[in-house]
Design a protein around this ligand. Sequence first.
Ligand code: NAD
Length: 499
Amino acid sequence: MTELTNWIDGAHVKSGSGRFSDVFNPATGEVQAQTPLSSVDELNDAVARAKAAQVGWGATNPQRRARVMMAFGALINQHMDELAELVAREHGKTIPDAKGDVQRGLEVVEVCMGAPHMLKGEFTDDGGPGIDLYSMRQPLGVVAGITPFNFPAMIPMWKMAPALVAGNAMILKPSERVPSTALRLAELLQEAGLPDGVLQVVNGDKEVVDAILDNDDIAAVGFVGSTPIAQYIYGRAANNGKRAQCFGGAKNHMIIMPDADLDKAADALVGAGYGAAGERCMAISVAVPVGQKTADALIERLVPRVEKLKVGPYTAGEDVDYGPVITAQAKSRIEGLIDSGVKEGANLVIDGRGFELQGYEKGFFVGPSLFDNVTPDMEIYREEIFGPVLSQVRAETYEDALKLTMNNPYGNGTAIYTADGDTARDFAHRVNVGMVGINFPIPVPLSYHTFGGWKKSAFGDLNQYGPDAFRFYTKTKTVTARWFSGIKDGGEFNFKAMD
Ligand code: NAD
């Protein structure tokens, strides 16, 4: 059994906590490694070392720090296949999907190559007689990143790249379900020239997270995960005087107008609903066709497409549309939610429960499920299922569909399919959701914009990556300066003194 490590001061270090968590191969159900659940003392030691390493790194000029990102980016490209395999082995997603995971992280690293531009300050010449003002962006010190299981490469990179290039040291606490990719990325960052100690990867569970939240030397916490944990971490971090941005769960709606191209909408729903086994915070889990005719026509198009989906292990190659879910518990939770949908009267058009794959009987596979006539009071509507389950909620009018989306407590992503520019524009303006797609099912913004939901999908201000990340990971200092040699009594500028 492989015993995974922490990454401390640029080396793999075994934890002495004596506590471990199993890392599964979700396709086979086998335990393939054990990740340490580090102790409070181990975390505090890692922070003290990071604090010492940050002094030199923070004083390194931004262009040199950006060069580390350039080398890191090149190494990610060079190791793309290996990283994708690591992601797929622990998460279960297909290789093309795993490459997408790495690629979307790499794109944030690429923006960080231009960090000097993002980090430069502002200057006011002659704000008063002989007075100049300038502001600078300074690193916070030691910051922490706490990441979820569903993007083992992308989200650690969303956290690490901007935090590090801004001159901070980082404690990264990856998901205990998928720790290996973060450890490999740490090795690549070292190879790229990151000084030892500036990035510490400390594996663990709630014990380590709480130690992060209570450590006075950690200035900021960037979290991504489920809503209850996001809210908890935000509260405790803020209470301890830390800057915090905590991104949570989602229930993303797609509105399909009667004038939409229904074939394109159905294709988009299948990709966005079932891709990565529905384990994406930007997955579409609710389809909202407007009008009964649209709903009937849409379900007619969805059924053959969903029935055609191929579920299997990543090793089966491009033939597979999506893989297993992350754990046996996730599988039984998803199947339990499907049971509740049936009990509460939704129409289960395609049933993915009890799915088994020959040769992979112990794998955590869930077949695709499709519900029609779901109503907002049902558990399958209220809960984030985070599995390959799409629910159709029928709306009579556009206003009803908009109201449904707006009344949902989550506000990560949403989409509208329509041929009408006015409706699309109205939707984009009025909907209270952070990321909006127009004839675009998963509107994850490009890396030089920013990513963030509204309502219960995010706690704290400022989004992830893009310009907001540089704001989050730096603090502004503004200097007002006056030099008396050039100033006459009374404050007027003495031009003669300049001769
Ligand atoms: P999770 O909340 O269970 O875990 C996230 C992190 O929190 C992990 O590192 C975990 O170790 C830690 N954690 C778990 N329980 C904790 C506790 N009680 N106290 C302290 N720390 C704890 O989330 P997950 O299952 O790994 O990821 C899936 C969730 O993440 C989904 O809800 C999904 O929507 C969400 N997500 C959101 C975004 C976004 O940007 N909004 C992106 C990806 C995933």
